[in-house]
Design a protein around this ligand. Structure first.
Ligand code: ATP
Ligand code: MG
Length: 237
């Protein structure tokens, strides 16, 4: 579904965020992308639908991302940003969630139903008329996720989907994601989510992939977790 070969990216100030990274994701996999602040998780997700374009190759469904296929790629890979303020820009929740479908020219009745279903999925039913600017952080996160779910993309790239959610909301999102058949790539500091939802874990640090394998095996290796900021304790060595 996704193939990344030797992907490198430096921000304008010269900071290297991704260093010759290789990653291959099969259809239907659920992957937790973890690692300390600044590891490069967000930068990597931003490459999956061509928002950032680094050196190297990113293929989605066998196609290398380029200028011409960007809108097709974006229909296949839905990205929920780490900060919901980057995703929400309309005056009403309805307009934000409906935006992509309106852009595609979908029929009005269908848009209304799909928006209602997406809001229901994220635990925010009936809030179409509210202003995204007047929502709490956790509510914004849910609406941002609804804007992605409503498009029914084949791949969901979710950046910190549970950050800022209350425990019940977090549980709702985990249960929702557990029931999806789509390919999921989830950047997260929520290791409980990773353990519960994602059989495969990719640990990044300093722009590189340090570990790519079974989540359970990673959890049996406290030294590995500690080395890459994934524990709240230090191992004396
Ligand atoms: N717009 C930017 N300009 C310059 N450097 C940036 C920019 N965005 C991120 N970086 C740098 O790129 C590196 C990777 O950042 P990135 O946001 O991908 O990390 P992350 O793993 O998502 O971290 P977090 O867990 O805090 O979300 C960091 O060193 C960061 O400081
Ligand atoms: Mg990030």
């Amino acid at each position: 579904m996704i193939e990344i070969e030797k992907l490198s990216y430096s921000y304008e100030d010269g900071r290297t965020a991704l260093a010759a990274l290789n990653l291959s994701v099969s259809t239907g996999e659920k992957i937790a992308l973890v690692g300390p602040n600044g590891a490069g998780k967000t930068t990597l997700l931003l490459h999956l639908n061509g928002i950032l374009r680094g050196e190297g190759i990113v293929r989605v469904g066998g196609e290398i991302i380029n200028e011409r296929n960007l809108s097709k790629i974006r229909a296949e890979v839905g990205l929920a940003f780490q900060s919901p303020d980057d995703q929400l820009f309309s005056n009403s929740v309805y307009e934000d969630v409906a935006y992509g479908l309106i852009y595609q020219g979908a029929p009005a009745g269908m848009i209304k139903d799909r928006v209602a279903a997406a809001l229901e999925m994220v635990g925010m039913p009936g809030c179409e008329g509210r202003s995204p600017y007047h929502l709490s952080l956790g509510e914004k996160k849910r609406i941002a996720l609804a804007t992605v779910l409503v498009m029914q993309p084949r791949v969901l790239a979710l950046d910190e989907p549970t950050a800022g959610l209350d425990p019940r909301g977090r549980r709702g999102i985990i249960n929702l994601l557990a029931g999806l058949e789509q390919t999921l790539i989830i950047a997260t500091h929520d290791l409980g989510l990773a353990k519960e939802l994602c059989p495969r874990m990719v640990i990044m640090d300093a722009g590189r992939i340090i570990y790519d394998g079974s989540t359970m095996v990673a959890f049996q290796n406290p030294a590995l977790l500690e080395k890459h900021g994934l524990t709240d304790y230090y191992i004396d060595s």
